[in-house]
Write a protein that binds this ligand. Structure first.
Ligand SMILES: NC(=O)c1ccc[n+]([C@@H]2O[C@H](COP(=O)([O-])OP(=O)(O)OC[C@H]3O[C@@H](n4cnc5c(N)ncnc54)[C@H](OP(=O)(O)O)[C@@H]3O)[C@@H](O)[C@H]2O)c1
Length: 256
């Protein structure tokens, strides 16, 4: 399928590894120029060097000024901005009673306020280009869990933000959509598998099976499967998709 993304420009946050890196790679393969944003300057620099037309901007997106600087870097490098992908996120799991204010503030500072600030700074450029935003939230926003209070509530907030910005986007020609990944095989997931293995005295393979069984899926997803959905949403054939919240989760979410 020709997505007609060639020559367009994207900013991907959280692009140093995992889902964000896969998104940057896929968009570059579709011919987009991509600004990779994360803290690890060496990782995003290496990725930008091997992806045609890409550039890197190292920043801690919890810092209030980082978002507008990142957007300025994208527009400075490419002269336009067609797509913002808000993927950076690192919320802490654990016992609600053990999660202090700092853990909550940290999770919100990056995944919610980082996305809010990037969206606000990018909006005029996206409006000028007739572009769009894709938020990478998570099924935990629909399906709360006792040990995922920070991530779950942040993801629910991102879904609400998606609908609110899509409402504005109808009038201004900016499409805003959201993807909820299920369990995707990245460092975050292997960390959860290792923790479950230690907790239950299982080997890694048995712990992975147990985790998959908890959510009733046949297998874990791959970062490229989230990236493929981002590329589709960015493309012209998705032009009538506005404010959509799409679960890409192997069937985990069974609610209507
Ligand atoms: N993997 C899953 O199963 C899953 C499921 C549902 C939702 N998600 C969501 O998908 C997104 C990506 O997940 P992932 O599994 O790919 O995570 P990951 O491998 O841990 O990658 C997180 C990315 O965020 C960046 N990041 C972290 N702190 C940052 C900060 N302060 N400023 C800027 N960038 C920062 C990291 O780069 P640096 O460390 O270099 O800054 C990295 O590029 C997250 O928002 C996550 O909540 C993932």
């Amino acid at each position: 399928m020709e997505l007609r993304l060639r020559g367009k420009a994207a900013l991907v946050s959280g692009a140093s590894r995992g889902i964000g890196l896969a998104i940057a790679e896929r968009l570059a393969a579709e011919g987009m120029r991509v600004l990779l944003v994360a803290r690890s300057a060496d990782r995003i620099g290496e990725a930008a060097a091997r992806l045609p037309g890409a550039a890197a901007f190292a920043a801690d997106l919890r810092q209030p000024e980082a978002a507008s600087q990142a957007v300025a870097a994208a527009v400075g490098a490419f002269g336009r901005l067609d797509l913002l992908v808000n993927c950076a996120g690192a919320t802490q799991r654990g016992d609600f009673l053990a999660l202090d204010d700092a853990a909550w503030a940290d999770g919100y500072a990056l995944k919610l306020f980082g996305a809010v600030r990037l969206s606000r700074a990018a909006w005029p450029h996206l409006r000028a280009a007739g572009g769009g935003i894709v938020h990478i939230a998570g099924v935990g926003g629909r399906q709360p869990g006792a040990d995922f209070t920070i991530g779950g509530s942040v993801n629910a907030a991102l879904m609400n933000l998606t609908k609110a910005l899509a409402d504005r986007g109808v009038a201004e020609g900016v499409r805003v959509d959201c993807i909820n990944p299920g369990s995707i095989r990245t460092g975050r997931l292997t960390g959860r598998i290792a923790a479950l293995a230690a907790e239950r005295g299982l080997d890694q393979e048995a712990a992975a099976r147990a985790l998959a069984e908890q959510t009733g899926v046949a297998r874990f997803g791959e970062p490229g499967e989230i990236a493929a959905m981002v590329a589709f949403l960015a493309g012209e054939e998705a032009g009538y998709i506005q404010g959509a919240i799409l679960d890409v989760d192997g069937g985990w979410m069974r609610a209507v």
